[in-house]
Design a protein around this ligand. Structure first.
Ligand code: NAI
Ligand code: MG
Length: 337
């Protein structure tokens, strides 16, 4: 089988970690071809546009993209390319697995939590943000819809079924945000009834933060609205040792974009020491999405084995003495073994 994906190398460390990731993907023999497209600072310099139409068209054509981090220039009124991509393709599900890996500075072992965050509505709609003319009153209107809540909750349950997970927790603040969070919670309760084989529980968001820190093992799949999901998924990344190992999948009906959660890391760009694992794990999720689950699992296992046994080759953020390319080399070697 041959499948072409759109590849956005990205800014800062993006091209370094993308080169490493594609080398590892090639070693996995997935039959993928790459259509390189421009976005971010590169695109701004080349085409005068952070997100050229040709890039959108080619992502639409291939339906799947692997994306490096993009720098959003501060000032000049630029909208984040990431936000624009999510909106353009209606990528309503932001799926963020937090899985423990060996040799990190995490306080816990064997964490395995997937956060499913609604990615298009809630408190993050730009239309809901207003400031009065005198600058005295700021409003941010959260807007959740039945349709938006249904599709994200359903996505979480379907994911749980597909991945053999046992439990879905709906996180909300319906006690205070009676309408917006209340609608989400009611929809979650309704849809949960359709999945009797999956345990369902509900938890208020502030308590969830405490519970995640005190006893993260009680969580399996978390489904929640946009703002809470943004915060909780970073909290979960912290439980497994930080953003260097956190992939983020943005899924819609017509397209899916897989990326690392971290940014373009300008402080280490060009030094060859960026950890490629978050993007590699995003690539593994992409393989799952393309029905190459065995390959995705093989990649995750190779990363795990490398982190356990080849400590010298891993990047400095994980305590190693290696580089982006020595890390990738070690993973490629494990795949070949
Ligand atoms: P950042 O995630 O780029 O960096 C935060 C810290 O983590 C830095 O010290 C960096 O060196 C380190 N770091 C990040 N990724 C790493 C890796 N793979 N290996 C080793 N260390 C790593 O966040 P920051 O500095 O807030 O943002 C920089 C730029 O990235 C901004 O322009 C921001 O808009 C953009 N950004 C883009 C994202 C995306 O495209 N999805 C997400 C987050 C930020
Ligand atoms: Mg965030």
């Amino acid at each position: 089988m041959s499948k072409t994906i759109a590849v956005i190398p990205g800014d800062g460390i993006g091209p370094e970690i993308m080169t490493a990731t594609l080398r590892v993907l090639d070693a996995l023999d997935c039959g993928l071809s790459y259509d390189f497209v421009d976005a971010g600072m590169v695109a701004l310099e080349k085409h005068g546009d952070l997100l050229p139409k040709a890039t959108l068209d080619r992502i639409a054509e291939h339906k799947v993209a692997l994306k490096g981090p993009l720098t959003t220039p501060i000032g000049g009124g630029f909208t984040s390319v990431n936000v624009t991509l999510r909106r353009h393709f209606d990528l309503y599900a932001n799926v963020r697995p937090a899985v423990s890996f060996p040799g990190t500075r995490s306080r816990y072992e064997n964490i395995d939590i997937i956060t499913v965050r609604e990615n298009t509505e809630g408190a993050y709609r730009s239309e809901g943000q207003t400031l009065s003319e005198d600058g005295e009153i700021a409003e941010s209107v959260a807007r959740n819809t039945r349709k938006g809540s249904s599709r994200i909750v359903r996505y979480a349950f379907e994911l749980a079924v597909k991945k053999g997970r046992k439990k879905v927790t709906a996180v909300h603040k319906a006690n205070i945000l009676k309408t917006s969070s209340g609608l989400f919670l009611n929809v979650a309760r309704e849809i949960a009834r359709e999945y009797p084989q999956i345990e369902f529980n509900e938890m208020i968001v502030d308590n969830t933060c405490m519970q995640l820190v005190m006893n993260p093992y009680q969580f399996d799949v978390i489904v929640t609205t946009n703002l809470f999901g943004d915060i909780l998924s970073d909290l979960c990344a912290g439980l497994v040792g930080g953003l260097g190992l956190a992939p983020g999948d943005n899924i819609g009906e017509g397209a899916a974009i897989f990326e690392a959660v971290h940014g373009s890391a300008p402080d280490i760009a060009g030094k060859g020491i960026a950890n490629p694992c978050a993007l590699l794990l995003a690539a593994a999720d992409m393989l799952d999405h393309l029905d190459m689950v065995a390959k995705g699992d093989r990649l995750r296992q190779a990363i795990r084995d490398t982190m356990t046994n080849d400590r010298d080759s891993v990047t400095p953020d994980l305590g190693g003495k290696g580089s982006t390319s020595s890390f990738a080399d070690a993973i490629v070697k494990r795949l070949a073994a």
